[in-house]
Design a protein around this ligand. Structure first.
Ligand code: CA
Ligand code: CA
Length: 601
């Protein structure tokens, strides 16, 4: 039976109406039905010997936690490379992975659950931040899952993410990526800084990319470094920064006790991983599928990190559903031809006379292009299913290790994704909601199950939130989301965020791509060219955008959640003045100045 054929009803799409409640009900019903039909699976991999990595290495075993913290980060930087994962135990790791994959696939059908905790069983202990009053063992584990280019609506279609994160945790419904494109967004996540302060402005040199991040001195000051100094075991899995490793495939950034940094861009077969300083190649067999390899490495880490006294921080970054969005073989046909990409009112926007020039220059979307958008949408969903299974595996492993109730699991994406809205055939790097707004779910101690909050959240907040939960200092432009996690009402919460794409030196960006890009003037045969640079203020009710070329946009998001009619020429002058003033206060802000500007009434 194809589980998903019943889930293809047209859905209420995007923005203020971005809730997919009908789908949610359908997903739940189908999963529940399957659970009654199929006998529960035993834990299939209970007896599979696992490859022990750092925890069992001679370097590690000779050292207690106290010694680790005493020696600090310099001493600890020698950890990585001490025990390459696959030396001498490759076949075991492979076997374990295969079993995990088999079990995960079975999970989808049979629901070998058991990882559920009720809200009443959780406690707020993990959110207690009084430094120095807690031992390291009281501190919560933090698991951060960062997908690549996942749009808000698609995230709601994932059955495990829905049942285990959305329904068991908090959805922050208004979460944005300040500069919604891979590398700048990830630089913000690692540093807690806006683009105008971290200065990684693009995916590639000279204005951006991994090399720019390094040259700006950020690697020594990431959230990984601070949490490691604060007594956490830190581990990184997957996609780091575009352009990594720039010539040295054994480069392990400071701050990470274990490092599994993906090489070879977005390839899901025939790629390499830098595994703790050792370059390991993967082939084109079924079991080489990257998301599954990533899942195996991350769950293995939980197994060996959980028994340690130290709490742990995991940064798990799959490349799905970014193009080429290759699904696992077992998922190739799950979302099938009935599944059509969302068609919000902004799809193939009819009247673009209100829009900036690059949108006005774009032609309407042809039926052939619409079919291509649908095909890519299905591929993206199918590619996400292995991530969905990975989330389930991580939760199951946490529960098995007795750590689930003391772990926060964060799930988000580095940017959203256009699928025909405002005639933008695909891509991101735009100020529109489809680009900048992302799915964001948190589950953990003290987080109410099924809660939703409308407070504005931003990628600058992630590092400060992790630091706050861990009880360490981390100066940043953002702020801790911890009060929102525990359901505190905060009437003084920020009322605006800054969205920005700053001017870049010549670099050939991938964002906002349309195939007609850069081909002369006049009407583009296909999609719009990428947007010029912009800075924009997004308040709870409005968005005001200033482009470098002088174009402007202003939307009343309550009356016009799909951003169909820009009011920049017709708005009440006092509203325009207010938004301009707010943008001015934000555009060069730093740290406390950002928080004050964002909080302005
Ligand atoms: Ca991305
Ligand atoms: Ca319009």
């Amino acid at each position: 039976m194809n589980l998903y054929r019943t889930l293809t009803e047209p859905y209420v799409a995007f923005t203020g109406a971005w809730h997919t409640e009908e789908d949610a009900t359908a997903v739940k019903a189908v999963v529940a039905l399957e659970r009654t039909r199929v006998p529960r699976l035993e834990r299939a991999f209970a007896n599979v010997p696992r490859c022990r990595t750092y925890a069992d290495s001679p370097a590690r075993q000779g050292r207690s936690f106290e010694e680790d913290t005493e020696h600090g980060v310099d001493k600890l930087s020698g950890r990585v490379g001490a025990a390459p994962m696959r030396s001498g135990c490759e076949s075991l790791a492979r076997r374990a992975l295969l079993v995990i994959v088999a079990c995960s696939a079975a999970l989808l059908l049979a629901g070998c659950s058991g990882s559920e905790i009720s809200a009443s069983e959780t406690s707020a202990s993990g959110t207690s931040q009084e430094e120095g009053t807690e031992s390291a063992t009281d501190k919560p584990n933090i698991i951060f899952v960062l997908t690549d280019d996942l749009d808000y609506a698609s995230a709601q279609k994932m059955p495990e993410i829905r049942s285990q994160l959305i329904e068991e945790g908090l959805s922050l419904e208004r979460t944005f990526m300040s500069h919604p494109i891979c590398c700048p967004s990830r630089a913000t996540i690692l540093t807690g800084l806006y683009d105008h302060n971290h200065n990684v402005l693009a995916n590639r040199p000279p204005s951006g990319g991994f090399e720019k991040f390094v040259s700006e001195g950020h690697e020594e000051n990431t959230i990984g470094v601070r949490l490691q100094e604060g007594g956490y075991q830190t581990a990184f899995f997957g996609k780091y920064l575009n352009g990594y490793p720039a010539g040295d495939p054994t480069h392990v950034p400071p701050g990470w006790d274990e490092w599994y940094g993906k090489l070879d861009d977005q390839d899901l077969y025939d790629y390499r991983i830098n595994e703790n300083g050792e370059e390991v190649s993967y082939g084109s067999e079924t079991e080489d599928f990257f998301t599954d390899v990533l899942s195996g490495q991350a769950t293995d880490f939980i197994q060996h990190a959980a028994p340690e006294e130290q709490p742990f921080f995991m940064y798990v970054a799959p490349t799905a559903p970014h193009g080429p969005a290759t699904p696992a073989e077992r998922h190739e046909e799950v979302f099938s031809e009935e599944e059509e990409a969302p068609r919000p009112p902004s799809f193939d926007e009819e009247d673009v006379s209100d829009k900036p020039s690059q949108i006005q220059d774009a032609q309407r979307i042809s039926s052939g292009e619409a079919s291509n958008i649908d095909a890519r949408y299905r591929k993206r969903l199918n590619s996400m299913l292995a991530v969905d299974e990975m989330v389930s595996s991580l939760l199951e492993e946490l529960e098995e290790a007795g750590e689930l109730e003391n772990s926060f699991i964060f799930f988000t994406s580095d940017n959203g994704f256009h699928q025909g809205e405002h005639r933008i055939r695909g891509g991101k790097d735009q100020p529109y909601e489809e680009s900048a707004r992302v799915p964001f779910f948190v589950r953990g101690p003290g987080v109410a199950a099924g809660a939703k909050a409308e407070n504005l959240a931003l990628n600058t907040d992630l590092a400060p939130t992790f630091a706050d939960l861990a009880g360490v200092e981390f100066p940043a432009d953002g702020r801790s989301l911890a009060p929102l996690l525990s359901g505190e009402e905060d009437p003084s919460w920020r009322t605006s965020v800054l969205l920005e794409k700053l001017p870049q030196e010549n670099s050939n960006e991938e964002g906002g791509k349309g195939k007609g890009k850069g081909k002369g003037k006049g009407k583009s045969k296909q999609g719009p060219s990428s947007s010029p640079g912009f800075q924009a203020v997004r308040t709870e009710t409005h968005k005001y955008v200033e482009y470098d070329n002088g174009d402007r946009e202003l939307y009343d998001l309550e009356a016009d959640p799909y951003e169909l009619e820009s009011l920049h020429e017709s708005a009440d002058p006092s509203l325009l003045e207010d938004l301009k003033a707010r943008l001015e206060a934000l555009r060069d802000c730093s740290e406390e100045g950002c928080r004050e500007a964002e909080d302005a009434p």
